[in-house]
Design a protein around this ligand. Sequence first.
Ligand code: FES
Ligand code: FES
Length: 908
Amino acid sequence: MTFSINGRSVAAVPAPGQCLRTFLREQGCFGVKKGCDAGDCGACTVWLDGVPVHSCLTPAFRAEGRAITTIEGLERDGRLHPMQQAFLDAQGFQCGFCTAGMIMTTATFDEAARRDLPRRLKGNLCRCTGYGSIADALDGKVNVEADVAGNACGASLSSPFAHDIVTGQARYTLDTAPMEQMLHLKVLRSPHPHARIKAINSEKAAAVPGVVAVYTWRDVPRRLYSTATHEDHLVDPDDTYILDDVVRFVGQRVAAVVAETVGAAEEACRLLEVEYELLPAVFEADAAMKPGAPVLHERSIAFHDNIYVDIHGELGNVAEGFRDADVMYEQTYSTSRVQHVHLETHGCLAWRGDDRRLHVRTSSQAPFITKQKLSYLFGIFDRDVHVFTERIGGGFGGKQEMLCEDLCVLATLLTGRPVMWEFTREEQFIGATTRHPMKTRVKLGAKRDGTLTAIQVNVVSNTGAYGGHGGETLAAALGSPIAAYRCVNKKADGYAVYTNMVPAGGFRGYGASQTTFAIECALDDLARMLGISPFEIRRKNKIHATDRIESIWKEPSDVVMGSYGIDQCLDLVEAALASGRGDPIPEGEDWREGTGVALSMLESGPPTEHRSGAEMRLLADGTYHLAVGSTEMGNGSTTSHRQLAAAVLGTRAGRIAIINGNTDRTPYDTGTFASTGTVVAGQAVEKTATALRDVLIDFASREFRCDPADCRLQDDTMLCGNRTISLAELHAAGAAQGDRFEVRRKAYLSPRSVGFNVHGARVAVHRVTGEIRILQSVHAADIGRLINPMQCRGQIDGAIAMGIGWALTEKMVYDANGAMVNAALRDYRIPAFADIPRSEIYFADTHDSVGPLGAKAQGECAINAVAPAIANAVTDATGVRFVDLPLTPDRIFERLGSRHGPPRKAYR
Ligand code: FES
Ligand code: FES
């Protein structure tokens, strides 16, 4: 068969039933991505005879004789297509995994289509951008600024990978030609929430042509570990085996098959015969804590029965605080189980190199910790394992987990052959981690003027079948959301509980999102009871700039107020909501309008355990090389790292080549999570660049006999008094004397600062259909100095969109057996272009004393205030408090009553 791919004639025969997506990737078109393989996400969009199609739904043979165009074929005569240029100018991406598909769809738009974006873009999803920068690209906006020497910090500079992203050349985790002898791995997952595996018959599976091996729990090292990746291995329970003889949730790995093709591995999995002894299961955390509930783990793992960890603390005396109160308010709030839905699913490729070492190419946010875990599990010397990342297609905490590397490595060690495993979207839902659902009881006491006299919080967190991140997220839940408010008397109790559900893990906001939702809703209701405004109650009780940041447990804290922008954030949001901007309420008597606000505070990074290193050197041509251990998953850390280094060295960011996330080629980094890319790795970069600058100045002053005070780096030169020496010349002079101009520095995350976010929403609620429309979305963030304003806006836009999804649509739904029933993007419903309003985004003018060049964490905290602000706006509109997320139309309808009746009651 002959295909025309990007004007090139290709003779090839697709496999029976093969889709065009995988066929094109086999031809080297790696710009054709997979987000779902079900026609939902658009990441695989290509043109057939100029018409965009989802290539995952198109049989490859149907493309024979037709003109196929992929993102790689869009350039003409070395010139970008205007839509590629538009995405480049606006930087209409973050991780960029959706970008090729977005461009292939939008490049066909005429004026009418551009006026109808909500409908025309419904087949292309983006999880990172909140669609703000994508809309900018379609509006022809230019967001990038010129790269000017000495002006790197604070400029909206382009990502170093921008051109590769818009042309489809950027390489993500599995964008690589198949290795010789490469095998594919697939797993059989448990259909039962709790069962003992009595026997596995693999005879039929092994007989499938192409199957090389089947592995069960008998074939793996019997070593307990945690899939969570933290610097301190003691913060997560070692409660997991690579493969186990007990399954504890629907979706747990039962057996693995490696085969010559994905199809053979999948067929073999279907033919495995497993004999289970069913065990009683428990799905809700409250029920799992009760005496007599089925117990998931041995006592040596769970502290008592199913409670993996409990945390208790008190400041002052809450009983007295409630006695002193004029009013009290108490309510229980619950948040749902949601998934990260990074568009790139988990993936890994492992092989033995010619050096006999193990090489692992992975989508992990923490390659260095993954390397440690692999060394431990398989008893391999650390030096014999190399783990690295390419560009990662989104993470949001979901890839702070070792979910696929272990089995790929096992199979590579046992077969001696390269092994690849890529999660399907369904596996991502049923076999990866989620946000912890939490039930939070909040009790507040206050004086009549709104001054808080007592805060009491009780959290029950459902950590699922395994406990990784269970303790750390619980601690975060009981930390900053409570510390954000001044009150002498505070008490908190928390429990992380094992259940027979898919394990929860790290997720943007990391536990604090859930309690921020509860506390911010409760505070709003308290203000309503007292007849004061939601802004006033927050201003009256918020933490002050000179306050110590106290946790409810008595250990000394390393959290400091490195900068303080909460007042500015509240003022900015209040003014914006009062401006009259945004959409008017829709016509019709059943619409109700309301506004809401919420505040969040979050530490710039995880507690006392994060390390990062950077290495920098001057190259012979006078440019720089920067190596950083952190990973790039769309958070923009490579862009800001180059800018930080360029600012210190007085040069342009474009003169700095950067590599990252590679255990052989970059210094150590704990991992890119909890916003540490900017704060910790950024500090390492700043220190390293400063040290290199000092080394260069020291050498120049000696070599050219000039006072160091008169030596200065300026773009590609060193100014020594009135002499100008090119950096290439300087390098040559150094090389002649054996100087390498290479430095390494490390950073450690302590002390930590805090960031603040305030979100405001004006909504319309239809009391009959339960529809909620966001009429105005306003956000103010205190993230210190903006290293790259465009990128900061992008992070906030993305966090708002994720917060809106959490508030309104997203929920993993399970049947009575604990099996997820909406494990597909079309049923789970992350926000599409049509669902997200353009937000007004403001930044407080602050400069942090802790973070690199005054910057603070940005990507994490912003999400926390979004859902409570929307929930508070809904309450303002309807007079009814909705205490469970998401605020779906059926829930609204149920509480608001019939078409003709008034709202049934105010508050529960
Ligand atoms: S991969 Fe084809 S639409 Fe998602
Ligand atoms: S930039 Fe769109 S999914 Fe990451």
